[in-house]
Design a protein around this ligand. Structure first.
Ligand code: ZN
Length: 414
């Protein structure tokens, strides 16, 4: 049987009321009163279903269907209930609800899984209030420590730990998810690709890697009037030339490389002064590690060559690097087979944004399912998806869960 699309919609509509904004979105910042209200509602649903509810010391909430063998490594699904300020209703929320719906459907269909099946709400996925996204799944995966998380403060100097205590969601460390067999996350795409392809769902093969750099070009500051063109060492023109060369290079390759110059600053920054120094940022992305690294080298060469040609000094600073993440090939193939059998139009793709699944991938065999986003809008009150796509993607999740829990489960620690 398929999932109950109307029940899913009812829950979605109720959650959409919490932190509702005038523009039709939600403001549900991590560990705010609104987040607490959403958590309380989620917990009440878990209890109604008779699931065991656990909260760990990171504030993650787990709803557990024990299964025949509670010692087996669990199958886990979930996402996040927090949002950015004036964000959308779907981001994160839909992944938590899809997991809950899959568990309720298992119960209704009388399927008792071999292994525990868990739905989880992760704390502070967005990093909008406490400035580190995906921190709680990051701690579970060993990427960050508990201290890294507890010391995070919002703009008013209030720490995550204080807020977890205040809203009653500072649980026990022993409740943490120690290991998992599989992790599935349903999420909206947040980009325009799936609608453009005319499909109902996206099978996510992994998450793009990214690399951030800050470039400084230094020339000579001079008066805009008395300096003849041929004598100038104009850092501004140098930077513009480098950026436009890199932009054309990426466009011409027409592959999955993306390049963005999001911050540009010219000094001293006056209408009648030749800029002696320009700093600009580069964000470059690609889903393949080898290709990404090659692109970074080529990019740096272009930056150096352009500076030399324009008689400028250059400095390239590496700010941060996140290698691409590849999800389970077996699970993406399983999803593809389900789509083919059920006649669900799908598209295989990489995620451009980070998700909790990125860190869960270290703990468990992981895959994500994307719901098409109308207009590609997200982190925005106008975020919207067709309910038909939400229902079909949740069905796809449920089919995958049924297939995996009957495939036999691994005992913990093996
Ligand atoms: Zn999200």
């Amino acid at each position: 049987m398929a999932v109950d699309s109307e029940r899913l919609k009812r829950r979605f509509d109720r959650l959409s009321e919490i932190g509702k904004t005038e523009g039709g979105g939600v403001s549900r910042l991590a560990l705010s009163d609104e987040d607490k209200e959403a958590r309380d509602l989620f917990v009440s649903w878990l209890k109604e279903l008779g699931l065991e509810v656990k909260v760990d010391d990171l504030g993650n909430i787990y709803g557990i269907l024990k299964g025949k063998n509670p010692d087996a490594a669990p199958l886990v699904m979930g996402s996040h209930l927090d949002s950015v300020p004036r964000g959308g209703k779907y981001d994160g929320t839909i992944g938590v609800l899809a997991g809950l719906e899959a568990i309720e459907s298992l119960i209704e269909d009388g399927i008792e899984p071999d292994q525990p099946v868990i739905v989880v709400n992760f704390t502070n996925e967005e990093g909008a209030r406490f400035p580190k996204p995906m921190i709680s799944s990051g701690v579970l995966s060993g990427k960050f420590t508990t201290e890294d998380m507890y010391k995070l403060e919002d703009d008013n100097g209030i720490s995550i730990e204080e807020e977890l205590k205040r809203i009653g969601y500072l649980g026990d460390r022993e409740n943490r998810l120690q290991e998992a067999d599989k992790f599935f996350e349903v999420h909206i795409e947040q980009g325009p690709v799936l609608i453009d392809k005319g499909v109902n769902t996206g099978i996510v093969e992994g998450i793009q890697g990214l690399s951030w750099h800050q470039i400084t070009y230094t020339g000579e500051t001079d008066h805009a009037g008395p300096s003849p063109m041929e004598y100038r060492r104009d850092a501004g023109v140098g930077a513009v030339t480098a950026m436009s060369r890199l932009y054309e290079w990426v466009k011409k390759m027409n592959d999955e490389t993306l390049i963005t110059f999001g911050k540009i600053k010219a000094s001293p920054g006056a209408v009648n002064v030749i800029p002696g120094e320009v700093t600009f940022s580069i964000d470059i992305r690609h889903p393949d590690k080898g290709v990404l690294e090659e692109r970074i080298e080529q990019m740096k060469q272009t930056l150096l060559d352009t500076a030399l040609e324009m008689k400028l000094d250059s400095q390239i600073e590496d700010l941060s690097y996140m290698p691409p993440v590849s999800f389970s090939v077996k699970l993406t193939n399983d999803l593809e087979n389900i789509c083919k059998n059920k006649g669900i139009p799908y598209h295989r793709m990489f995620s451009g944004a980070g998700h909790d699944a990125m860190y869960m991938n270290k703990l468990a065999e992981t895959v994500m399912i994307f719901i098409p986003s109308i207009g590609g809008k997200s982190h925005n009150e106008a975020e919207e998806s067709r309910w038909e796509d939400v229902a079909l993607s949740t069905d796809l999740l449920y089919e995958l869960v049924k297939q995996q829990v009957s495939a036999g489960s691994r005992v913990k620690g093996s």
